[in-house]
Each structure stands twice: as structure tokens, then as C-alpha cells.
Design a protein around this ligand. Structure first.
Ligand SMILES: Cc1cc2nc3c(=O)[nH]c(=O)nc-3n(C[C@H](O)[C@H](O)[C@H](O)COP(=O)(O)OP(=O)(O)OC[C@H]3O[C@@H](n4cnc5c(N)ncnc54)[C@H](O)[C@@H]3O)c2cc1C
Length: 339
């Protein structure tokens, strides 16, 4: 019997596992893929995220997980009417696979047991504990913190829901563009995507992405975006190197969050935390930490743990709502997000 099983070694899961192990709880951190695992991400760590890493992991993000240009200077956003807004902020440009592995190893060093390449098939509360089923064995824990990310297959099964999602598609290319590679560029013009389109650079590869509600329209929007970048920003693609497709939760007005069901707490993207333009790592770390604290403070009382978690995660929720409200004022596309 574990005290806590944490599902998913992303930023939310690693923070939760590290916090619990440090407090002396017998903690198992389970990750479906072998580490370092791939996660589609622009890898922009904003100042807030860097501070959270320092607070919860006791160190600065190491140079070994950054990619060129390592310094991120902020975001340049073009709204749906073509107006440009600059958000200057010092941050880091990282590779998610190595960043997340670094977080997972830190959790392991704090005493959490880490099992990668191991997928959880189901979770079910039974007789004052949670039964966690894997393909070939079953484990028990007093609590589960579910940090399985946007796909959230386990949460869907538990709550019998089908959350709305946004499909993201990005390509990595050899080439050049007349833009400052230290910035992340987001475009909200409706002809370029059904959500947002973006440009950034990782280790000299130009990343071009579009996100859509209707996955069938990905190619249409992507072609338009490449044409737009070619005509407006001197984009020259020499060779396409790779592509990836992912999903993100489609945040609804009021930013609803699923905090817990019985002894199972949800954190990170799986709970519904995501800021506009896809900045989700800070909310994952904060909610992972809050869920772990709730379990540690109320280990013998699951209802009190759920209440404590809901209360302590409110500032993250409010921050997320504030950011969505701000984006709603910038763009008609997100005006339904105003609460
Ligand atoms: C294209 C794109 C670009 C983005 N860019 C940024 C950015 O620049 N900056 C930023 O802050 N955020 C960005 N985000 C958002 C960010 O990636 C997420 O918000 C963040 O990863 C959420 O962290 P998490 O720990 O909740 O989930 P994840 O990081 O998704 O981790 C979940 C983990 O759970 C594992 N898992 C899933 N199911 C199981 C199972 N059944 N058993 C065991 N393990 C399981 C998965 O393999 C995964 O490792 C981006 C997202 C996308 C799609």
C-alpha cells in the first residue's frame, strides 16, 4: 500500500510527488512513457515558472535543458484585427523532454519511487483506498493525484465526461525568417487558425504551429499560415524536419476546474488549468503542489483534503481567469471567456 500514487511525470505530477516524498509519504510516481518522453510544447518558461521551479525544486532550471536561443524575451501577439502587442519578459526556452526528466529525477532524489514506461489503465476507490490497475498488476494507495495531462482518459472514465479539446499541429523546419528568434509570436487572425497560430525557434529549427477546433481543417489553416509568414515575415523554409500533433483542453468561460472525486485529486492540465496562448507549466506546478499539500495536511480525511485543495488552488484559478479576461478584451475570438 502506497500513501499516494501520482499519475503522470509532467510538471504537475513531478511537483506533487516531490512535495509528498519530502514530507515523508510513501509516494509512487508513474509515467506511461520511458523518460525522457516527448511532449509537444513551445517550451517557453515565463518568469513566474522560473520562480516556481526555484521554490519547489530548490534550484534554478539547469542550462542542460535549454535550447537555442536559451533566452526568451517574451511574446509578441497579433490580435484578430492585425494590431501588435508586445509582452516583454525574461524567461527561458527549454526542451520539454529534458526539462520534465530533470523534474522527475528531482522527485526521485527526494524519495519518490519512479516507474516510467508504465501506464495506468484504471483507478477506482474501494474500501477506504484507491485501486490503481496497470496491465499486469494492481497497486493500492490511500490517495491518487491524477496529473495525466490533456488527454485525461482516466478522468473521463471516472467522471463520465468528454471534455472539449483543441488540436495543435506544428512543424519544425530548416530555414530563416525576418523575426527576432528570442520571442514567441502568436497570431489570432481568424483566417490563420481556429484558435491561435504561432512561430518560435528551437535549436535553430523554425517552429510553425496552428491550433484548430475541427481537426479536419488543420492542413487548410497551416497552408494559409505559411503563406502569411512568407509574405509578411520573409519566411523561407528549406526543409521540413518533423511534425507533431497534440491536444489542449478547450477552456470554457468561467474556467471550470475539476478538483477531486473522493480520494482522487486532479492537477495540472488534467484538472483544466491552462492560460491563454498555451502557457500551462506554471499552473501545473502550482496545482500539483497544492494537491500534494492538501493530501499531506488531511491524510486521514479525504473530504477535508478535497476542500483544502479547492481553497488553496483558488489563486491559480483566479490568475487563469484574469488572463483569459485580458485576452478576451484583446480579441473577439476569446470574448466569450469574459467572466
Ligand atoms: C503545442 C503546445 C505548446 C505549448 N507551449 C507551452 C509553453 O510554451 N509554455 C507553457 O508553460 N506551456 C505550454 N503548453 C502547455 C503545457 O505543455 C501544459 O500545460 C503542461 O504540460 C501541463 O502539465 P501537466 O503536468 O498537467 O501535464 P503533462 O505535461 O501533459 O504530463 C502528463 C503526463 O502524464 C502521462 N500520462 C498520461 N496518461 C497516463 C497514464 N494512464 N498512466 C501513466 N502516465 C500517464 C503523460 O505521458 C505525461 O507525461 C503547450 C501545450 C501545447 C500542446
Amino acid at each position: 500500500m502506497y500513501d499516494v500514487i501520482v499519475i503522470g511525470a509532467g510538471p504537475a505530477g513531478c511537483t506533487a510527488a516531490k512535495t509528498l516524498a519530502e514530507s515523508g509519504y510513501r509516494t509512487l510516481l508513474v509515467e506511461k512513457f520511458k523518460l525522457p518522453r516527448y511532449k509537444s510544447c513551445s517550451g517557453q518558461l515565463i518568469k513566474k515558472t522560473l520562480e516556481l521551479v526555484r521554490t519547489h525544486f530548490g534550484e534554478d532550471v539547469p542550462d542542460s535543458v535549454t535550447c537555442a536561443p536559451s533566452e526568451s524575451r517574451g511574446m509578441i501577439l497579433t490580435d484578430d484585427k492585425g494590431n501588435e502587442y508586445r509582452f516583454e519578459q525574461q524567461g527561458l526556452n527549454i526542451q520539454r523532454s529534458s526539462f520534465d526528466e530533470w523534474l522527475a529525477r528531482k522527485a526521485e532524489q527526494s524519495g519518490a519511487e519512479l516507474r516510467d514506461g508504465t501506464s495506468v489503465i484504471s483507478v477506482e476507490e474501494k474500501n477506504g483506498a484507491v485501486e490503481v490497475k496497470f496491465k499486469e498488476f494492481t497497486e493500492q494507495a490511500k490517495f491518487v493525484i491524477d496529473c495525466e495531462g490533456a488527454v485525461c482518459a482516466l478522468k473521463r472514465k471516472l467522471l463520465k465526461i468528454r471534455p472539449s479539446v483543441v488540436t495543435t499541429y506544428q512543424t519544425f523546419n530548416e530555414g530563416t525568417a525576418d523575426l527576432d528568434y528570442h520571442y514567441f509570436y502568436a497570431y489570432l487572425q481568424p483566417e490563420l487558425s481556429e484558435y491561435d497560430a504561432w512561430f518560435n525557434v528551437k535549436d535553430n529549427q523554425l517552429v510553425l504551429g496552428v491550433s484548430v477546433i475541427d481537426g479536419e481543417k488543420t492542413a487548410l489553416y497551416y497552408e494559409r499560415f505559411v503563406k502569411f509568414m512568407t509574405e509578411n515575415h520573409g519566411l523561407k523554409i528549406v526543409r521540413e524536419l518533423k511534425t507533431d500533433r497534440w491536444i489542449m483542453p478547450k477552456i470554457l468561460s468561467g474556467c471550470p476546474i475539476d478538483c477531486a472525486v473522493g480520494r482522487i485529486l486532479f492537477a495540472g492540465e488534467c484538472a483544466g488549468f491552462l492560460n491563454p496562448m498555451g502557457e500551462g507549466i506554471s499552473a501545473a506546478i502550482e496545482s500539483g503542489f497544492s494537491a500534494a499539500r492538501a493530501v499531506a495536511e488531511h491524510f486521514d480525511d479525504p473530504s477535508a483534503a478535497a476542500r483544502f485543495y479547492e481553497e488553496s488552488v483558488k489563486p491559480v484559478h483566479t490568475y487563469m481567469q484574469r488572463q483569459w479576461n485580458f485576452t478576451a478584451r484583446l480579441s473577439d475570438r476569446f470574448k466569450g471567456m469574459k467572466s
